[in-house]
Write a protein that binds this ligand. Structure first.
Ligand SMILES: Cc1cc2nc3c(=O)[nH]c(=O)nc-3n(C[C@H](O)[C@H](O)[C@H](O)COP(=O)(O)OP(=O)(O)OC[C@H]3O[C@@H](n4cnc5c(N)ncnc54)[C@H](O)[C@@H]3O)c2cc1C
Length: 288
């Protein structure tokens, strides 16, 4: 197996084209190293993408732009994500243990893994877009289209993730994240992210309710039923409980770690908790 560490995007694209499906881009390599035997044994070339200048968090008029090799700790502790309207990203990054893994693991890596991970759930709740590059140019797809199945993403041969774009939310928007796991260092058994916007009268004008790491489909899913309950309503205790009860339209997976019934209950609890947090943040103008 060959190892490359390009410093120019064009060189990375040339290598991706040259090795085709035998090319493995690596960033923090926390997933790659722990799965190299079963998943990457047949790889011909490992392309380290950390020197391509894709490590940044920037705020533009259209929202937040996070480069693919930005680490979890950088997202956890950045002034643009620590508080305010993008705080759910810091909340989510802080849930990945340990500190050593947070120093290495990247946002591009975690979305490409498409397994039992946390950040894609929050990114779907934020309606994020994924910016993809290759020698053929760049394209953007929504987070909802990026995961096409368990451990399966929408990248085509020769492509890599360049950036995650989180659109600027309307005023009076808040979001919350919750994770259920066995111990603090475990992967999630269930995670939930909710994102709500309030109109001038305080009613819910936009809602996204997402559960991940738990679904039968293997990818994070929105609860259409919970969102329908929220839209147009004042988010009080009764509405939160109704929305949480409605979230059982997300079908959970049953496996050796935990039953589908318990997961379903955790989704309901997670929706309830995160909606309280999201609504409180939205009422404070999305600035907390
Ligand atoms: C001890 C431990 C605990 C963990 N706990 C959690 C947890 O609690 N919650 C959680 O969400 N996750 C957890 N994880 C998983 C962790 O989030 C992922 O391993 C990590 O995010 C992967 O990022 P990386 O940069 O290390 O990716 P890499 O290992 O470098 O790559 C992962 C995959 O993505 C591909 N890839 C990487 N970057 C790109 C790119 N820009 N374009 C195209 N393909 C790319 C690689 O080819 C590879 O297939 C844990 C991991 C470990 C080792």
């Amino acid at each position: 197996m060959e190892y490359y560490s390009p410093t120019e995007l064009d060189h990375a694209y040339t290598l991706l084209d040259k090795y085709g499906d035998g090319a493995v881009p690596i960033a923090g390599s926390t997933f790659f190293m722990s799965h190299r035997e079963e998943l990457f044994d047949a790889a011909d070339a490992v392309i380290d993408i950390k020197k391509l200048g894709l490590n940044y968090i920037r705020l533009n008029d259209d929202g937040l732009h996070i480069g693919a090799t930005t680490t979890f700790n950088e997202i956890f502790d950045h002034k643009l994500t620590r508080d305010g309207r993008y705080a759910i990203l810091s909340d989510t990054a802080g849930e990945l243990n340990t500190n050593e893994v947070r120093n290495m693991a990247t946002i591009g890596g975690v979305i490409c893994v498409a397994g039992e991970v946390d950040m894609p759930t929050s990114l779907l709740a934020c309606d994020a877009n994924i910016i993809i590059g290759s020698s053929r140019g760049t394209r953007a797809i929504s987070m909802s289209e990026f995961h096409v199945g368990y451990l399966n993403n929408a990248l085509e041969e020769g492509e890599m993730v360049l950036e995650v774009h989180v659109p600027q939310p309307p005023a009076n928007t808040g979001a919350g994240f919750a994770k259920f796991q066995r111990t603090a260092a475990d992967l999630p058994l269930v995670n939930v992210a909710t994102h709500v916007s309030l109109d001038g009268a305080g009613a819910c004008s936009e809602a996204r309710v997402v559960a991940g790491a738990a679904t039968l489909s293997g990818v994070p899913e929105r609860s259409a039923a919970a969102e329908a309950v929220l839209l147009g309503g004042i988010i009080d205790d009764a509405l939160i409980e109704s929305a949480a009860a409605a979230s059982n339209d997300i079908e959970c997976v049953n496996d050796f770690r935990v039953s589908a019934e318990v997961r379903q209950l955790w989704v309901r609890c997670g929706v309830e908790d995160t909606l309280r947090q999201a609504a409180a943040r939205a009422r404070q103008g999305g600035e907390v």
